[in-house]
Ligand binder design. Structure first.
Ligand code: AMP
Length: 394
């Protein structure tokens, strides 16, 4: 069975065509920097490697390009759109409505639309992906895999906010958690690698969006993103943790309206607000040249991660391994080094040579004396989505 997986992020779309149950990868690709004139489309099959830089303004435009490539006479991998039997979609926010992978119906789409107010950078792109896929692949089953599902095991003491009780059950205001497919995928890999019966793991997903999860025996028990994907770590354009008093001050004293506040904290803050860049590669290059804002932003970014490690060691009452994953976690030796510096109290000790090595496989980068394993594990949300979609339709 051919499953096309579409993973729309805030400014990127990843896609993979996977044959199930063999898990054989037929093709994969990525559209990066959506919204820019120099967006990059990368595409790979067993025989073709293709890259193109062009202006891609919207997710819809990006998805059109992907479908064109899949059907392309020379580069393509399918003859007709009916060769795709299932399309698996990553959907970021499923609120309380979806704790499991589900087939997409009109009602499911309506819910995804409703939750767009809680995940404004993601759910609209996710829905766009669904609509385009329905148009191009009318014969295929459309399946949604929710980022929020893995975090359903977080206990009440951790997912409830200290606001009046009626807002919890009645209004659904609580911590939901995100990046669930990624945290689930890498933690399962780590548990298999460590061979432990009982495990205490902190998974650190650092991409355009960033989050950390405390995972005991394979289950999420606390997580740094919250009601919306804006809490916790410093992200590409999102501030992460922020005293809510800042919002009243912006509105009451500085004349911002709520839409402007939302835009400021969601699209103009984080690494972008601190440095003028949101791609970590640009920030690292500037820091290398001595740019003080960039150096400080990298330090702040790592410091926030260290604070969450401290908190989650308390949550887990111990620690067997930390995992770095996603675009930054897998590729930035700079951030990994900053995070692992002066963490020997926690038994975290980095091997700097191993940290510099590059690989697409799971690798250990801790020193021989480190009590805690430091693992770099490439995430594969697409494969996790394909597996879950396959399980559902079978
Ligand atoms: P993701 O959301 O997982 O695709 O991660 C995307 C982010 O990863 C990009 O915005 C970059 O900031 C970062 N990234 C990708 N490659 C590298 C690299 N080689 N070094 C540092 N950061 C990287």
């Amino acid at each position: 069975m051919n499953i096309l997986v579409i993973n729309s992020g805030s400014s990127s779309i990843k896609f993979q065509l996977i044959e199930m149950p063999s898990e054989a990868l037929i093709c994969s690709g990525l559209v990066e920097r959506i919204g820019h004139t120099d967006a990059v489309l990368k595409y790979k099959t067993n025989t073709v490697a293709f890259q193109e830089t062009s202006s891609i303004k919207t997710h819809k435009q990006g998805l059109h390009k992907i479908v064109e490539l899949l059907l392309h006479v020379e580069k393509g991998v399918i003859k007709s759109t009916s060769d795709i039997e299932v399309v698996g979609h990553r959907v970021v926010h499923g609120g309380n409505s979806f704790s499991n992978t589900t087939e997409i119906t009109a009602q499911v789409k309506q819910k995804i639309q409703e939750y767009a107010t809680l995940a404004p950078l993601h759910n609209p792109g996710n829905l766009e992906g669904i609509l385009v896929a329905e148009e191009f692949f009318p014969m295929a089953k459309q399946v949604a895999v929710f980022d929020t599902a893995f975090h359903q095991t977080i206990p009440e003491k951790a997912n409830k906010y200290a606001i009046p009780n009626k807002f919890y059950k009645e209004k659904g205001i609580q911590l939901y958690g995100f990046h669930g497919t990624s945290h689930q995928y890498v933690s399962e890999k780590a548990i298999a690698y460590l061979g432990l019966k009982s495990s205490k793991i902190i998974s650190i997903h650092l991409g355009n969006g960033c989050s950390m999860t405390a995972i005991r025996d394979g289950k999420s028990i606390d997580h740094s993103l919250g009601f919306t994907p804006s809490n916790g770590l410093i992200m590409g354009t999102r501030s992460g943790d922020l005293d809510h008093g800042v919002i009243y001050h912006l509105v009451n004293k500085l004349g911002y309206n709520m839409d402007e506040v939302k835009n400021l904290l969601t699209n103009e803050s984080g690494m972008l607000g601190l440095t003028g860049h949101n791609d970590l590669r640009d920030i690292e290059a500037e820091a290398e040249k001595g740019n003080r804002n960039c150096i400080l932003a990298l330090t702040m970014n790592a410091y926030r991660i260290q604070k969450y490690i401290g908190a989650y060691v308390a949550t887990l009452n111990g620690l067997d391994a930390i995992i770095f994953t996603a675009g930054i976690g897998e590729n930035s030796s700079v951030i990994r080094k900053l995070v692992c510096t002066d963490m020997n109290f926690f038994g975290i000790d980095l091997d700097e040579t191993k940290n510099e090595s590059k690989s697409k496989e799971l690798r250990e980068i801790n020193s021989a004396i480190s009590k805690v394993k430091i693992l770099v594990i490439p995430t594969n949300e697409e494969l996790e989505i394909a597996k879950q979609a396959f399980r559902l339709v079978n």
